[in-house]
Design a protein around this ligand. Structure first.
Ligand SMILES: NC(=O)c1ccc[n+]([C@@H]2O[C@H](COP(=O)([O-])OP(=O)(O)OC[C@H]3O[C@@H](n4cnc5c(N)ncnc54)[C@H](OP(=O)(O)O)[C@@H]3O)[C@@H](O)[C@H]2O)c1
Length: 358
């Protein structure tokens, strides 16, 4: 059994750790992690591991951490009443071949990991979906579920948040790092949104222009460095997946008071400096998806926004399957290498990376 550890101060430093099959205590299950999605979002889990607590789900030793991923997994041994060997589950795991969980709050469709060290962490990440009771069609969407749905859900909630605020009266919405799944997901949902009458402007690097063009989700694509091409006459909202401080400042300086809203969502450019100090236009604020989810749960009923996000995500995933090609990387050395390639921006946006240490 094996897992990949990442140095919490230097994400390019990794080690493959082998371990013996653990002995289960009463209440434990041994899980074989079948396959997981890897994107810039997982790099962000490492970047905000300390601040938001992502290192806390599967602690490692000393200065090492285990980066969480969204995965499909199988229960291979059970000492837990109510959970049997052979069940397939989906949820938050480390980059590992196996892991021990302690299921509690067992329901027909879910259970939570009751491991002591996880009890102060948000339930959202502690909960596992039991696939047996799920509709058949979901079983055919395992890769999409790991690789795309968590990101498209955020895109959909962002689209809903913008709509809920009358798009901040913006006539153009600028999306930083639009070639990211979360970025083009938002661009696609905005393009399909009949209530939004403005333009969608995507910012990306030169190498990703053709990819974004193929997605047909932007009215204008602007390459980093060419921000002067953006119309300064239009009130603009900026939704940033890049976290690149220089880009944020350039856009604020360019649009001045016409930057009517500025929302930070991610940091695909994880090793660039963040934006600091006063800038013209709206003050940048961090997007907090759970706040919008809570609001809609109250207005529409529990889980409705998530259900809509799921349906829209499934539709979008189907429409891009010839543009984002899913591939499976197996074995610790190759998975370790793709992690490093991802850190160095060497993975084309056209590649949808699923990985497995089994
Ligand atoms: N706050 C939330 O609730 C939330 C939820 C979901 C996702 N997010 C964030 O949204 C961001 C996008 O995540 P994703 O998984 O959708 O990304 P992704 O699909 O893996 O993004 C790939 C794109 O990111 C840029 N990129 C990737 N690695 C880079 C590197 N090392 N240096 C510079 N640019 C790099 C490139 O885009 P360009 O060339 O276009 O820049 C690349 O095409 C992440 O930071 C993630 O954490 C936040």
């Amino acid at each position: 059994m094996q897992e990949i550890w990442v140095d919490r101060e230097d994400f390019r430093k990794t080690k493959i750790v082998k371990f013996e099959k653990p002995t289960l205590e009463d209440g434990d299950v041994l899980v074989s992690v079948d396959k997981f999605g890897l994107t810039a979002n997982n790099v962000s889990y490492a970047v905000s591991g300390k601040a938001i607590g992502y290192w806390g789900y599967y602690p490692a030793e000393d200065n090492w951490g285990k980066v969480p991923v969204w995965a499909m997994a199988d229960i291979v041994e059970s000492k837990c009443e109510g959970i049997k060997a052979g069940e397939r589950i989906w949820g938050f795991f480390p980059m590992a071949s196996h892991v021990v969980l302690k299921p509690g709050q067992i329901k027909r469709q879910t259970f939570a990991d009751m491991a002591q060290h996880r009890q102060n962490l948000p339930l959202f990440y502690n909960q596992y979906q039991r696939t047996e009771a799920e509709p058949e069609y979901l079983k055919t969407l395992e890769d999409e579920r790991c690789l795309l749905f968590p990101l498209f859900a955020t895109s959909f909630i962002l689209n809903d948040f913008l709509e809920d605020n009358d798009f901040f009266e913006a006539e153009q919405i600028l999306i930083g790092s639009v070639s990211s799944k979360t970025g083009f997901g938002l661009a696609s949902f905005l393009t399909q949104n009949e209530k939004y009458k403005g333009q969608v402007v995507g910012l990306t690097s030169p190498g990703n222009v053709d990819f974004v063009k193929a997605l047909k989700c932007c009215d204008q694509i602007v390459v980093y460095g060419d921000e002067a091409q953006i119309d300064t006459e239009k009130p603009s909202a900026f939704v940033d997946m890049s976290g690149n401080g220089e880009l944020v400042k350039t856009l604020h300086d360019h649009l001045q008071d016409n930057m009517v809203q500025s929302i930070g969502v991610g940091a695909t450019h994880w090793d660039e400096k963040r934006a600091r100090g006063d800038m013209p236009g709206a003050k940048p604020a961090f997007f907090f998806a759970p706040a919008q989810m809570d609001k809609r749960d109250k207005e529409w009923g529990e889980g409705m926004l998530f259900q809509k996000a799921f349906a829209a995500g499934a539709q979008l995933a189907a429409s891009i399957k010839d543009i984002v090609r899913v591939e499976l990387i197996t074995g610790p050395d190759d998975v370790d290498q793709i992690w490093k390639d991802m850190l160095d921006n060497k993975v084309s946006a056209r590649r949808g990376i699923m990985a497995s240490l089994n």
